[in-house]
Design a protein around this ligand. Structure first.
Ligand code: SAM
Length: 442
């Protein structure tokens, strides 16, 4: 079940990153996935050119598992395992680079996500990139993102990232209070953020982002205010703030379900009040709100290629264990386990595990809810692309949300008000097809 608007932070997903829900994708759907990957790229509805192309690489290693983490990560792998994985990933990129779906397109955006990509040493990273470059390059990419955990960084590693072409370094700070970081199982303390910050500044990345979470266990108003003040002092190019959610597979969720303990996470109104405060404080020093989660220091300097292309229906080739991709309108996910992933590549096959070909209506829902997360929809875009008037189609939902004070709309746009932005993901299931409203998300 999706977490609903009850006030307590219960076990269940909040954040919506795709549609139809992942739980609806199946191994039977892979025939459509293979057909899409083995054919030249299709132009999206209403367009003549193929969609922009992106690449996601999943690096699933971490020093420690955060108690709130729900991603596929490994904390027990030694250097030999990392080499096995890097070899598998390089082989996968080789196979992907030969697929017809590439269609001669350059990668417009590249994303190294985790896990913790910065878990790899500078040597392992250089060796990975050398092997990738035998088959692909990202010389024409407008954005190359790399997720980092502060305590894994060193000056030479940060410089290596810049030299390898990373343009956007995203630093998982989450909170500046050491007690809070410890209590949530983070691998780093705040001192490591400050050490890494000097190296990051010196390397000169075009965009440095800080991730924060509203609702870490142990967080209080004082601690949150202090964390926002410290974020402002560092003056990153962008700040991303997630509201803590507790999907089924986190350590905290398992403790709540298994031991029948109360949620240790602040309730939804408190988490929203914290984000609201952060939006106010960051806006007061010149940041602009760029989505339900993100603020940017200089709108003219920072764009979000990965986010904005993906939310407008770009192709995303997914590599690495458990990765999610989207090609010519078809969804797919890679093998979610180490043995399945590495095994497939050792046999020279793509490690595909499940997929789904959405209907044209489902593609419309997907793009509309993703773009709503920016806080603004242009109805003309959907008329041109999908031939649907989204205002007319979902009139009752827009009316209800407007009456509740979450948004305003006319026939040309929808604009989320602050109260709508703060609960953006809770609004989105209203646009799902009926059969997908009550289902488990992941
Ligand atoms: C895939 S994680 C990678 C972070 C990286 N491993 C690090 O240690 O900094 C990306 C971001 O997801 C967010 N995140 C992870 N679990 C979350 C949860 N349960 N609720 C809300 N946000 C979460 C955190 O802000 C985190 O920085």
């Amino acid at each position: 079940m999706m977490a609903t608007e009850t006030n307590k932070t219960e076990v269940g997903s909040y954040f919506i990153s795709n549609y139809p829900p992942f739980s609806q994708w199946t191994p039977e759907g892979l025939a459509e996935v293979r057909a899409a990957l083995d054919a030249p790229p299709l132009a999206p509805p209403g367009q003549t050119e193929p969609a922009p192309l992106g690449l996601y690489l999943h690096i699933p290693f971490c020093r420690k598992r955060c108690k709130f983490c729900y991603f596929r990560v490994y904390t027990d792998k030694a250097a030999g395992d990392v080499e096995t994985y890097v070899a598998a990933l390089s082989r996968e990129i080789e196979l992907v680079s030969r697929l017809q779906i590439m269609g001669g397109r350059p990668f417009r955006f590249v994303y190294f996500g985790g896990g913790t990509p910065s878990f790899l040493s500078a040597k392992q990273l250089t060796s990975l990139v050398d092997r990738l470059r035998a088959n692909i390059h990202w010389d024409q990419a407008e954005e190359v993102t790399f997720e980092c955990e502060p305590g894994t960084l060193s000056q030479p590693k940060v410089q290596t990232l810049r030299d390898l072409g990373v343009t956007r370094l995203s630093l998982g700070v989450e909170n500046f209070g050491d007690k809070v970081l410890e209590e949530n199982g983070r691998a780093h303390l705040s001192g490591e953020v400050y050490k890494a910050w000097d190296w990051i500044q010196a390397a000169g990345f075009p965009n440095v982002n800080i991730d924060l979470i509203s609702g870490m266990v142990g967080e209080t108003w004082d601690n949150w205010k202090d964390s926002i003040a410290k974020t402002i002092d560092l003056a990153p190019d962008s700040v991303t703030i997630y509201q803590m959610e507790l999907p089924f597979n986190t350590v905290i969720s398992r403790d709540m379900l298994g031991n029948h303990v109360e949620s240790p996470v602040a309730d939804w109104p408190t988490k929203r009040a914290w984000v609201d405060y952060a939006f106010d404080e960051l806006s007061a020093v010149g940041y602009a709100v760029s989505s339900a989660y993100t603020l940017v220091k200089d709108k003219n300097k920072v764009n979000f290629s990965y986010r904005d292309n993906l939310w407008h229906g770009a192709d995303l080739l997914a590599t690495g264990v458990a990765s999610f991709g989207h090609a010519s309108g078809v969804h797919y996910q890679n093998e979610p386990d180490w043995a399945g992933y590495v095994g497939a590549l050792e046999q020279g096959r793509l490690p595909l595990a499940r997929g789904m070909k959405p209907t044209p209506h489902q593609l419309l829902v997907r793009e509309m809810i993703l773009q709503l997360k920016t806080g603004r929809l242009e109805t003309g875009y959907f008329r041109d692309k999908f031939n649907v008037d989204v205002i007319e189609h979902w009139h009752d939902a827009w009316r209800q949300f407007a009456d509740e004070g979450y948004l305003t709309f006319d026939d040309r746009h929808v604009a989320l008000l602050r109260s709508g932005l703060l609960r953006a993901d809770a609004l989105l299931p209203a646009f799902f097809e009926t059969e997908h409203r009550g289902v488990r998300y992941t």
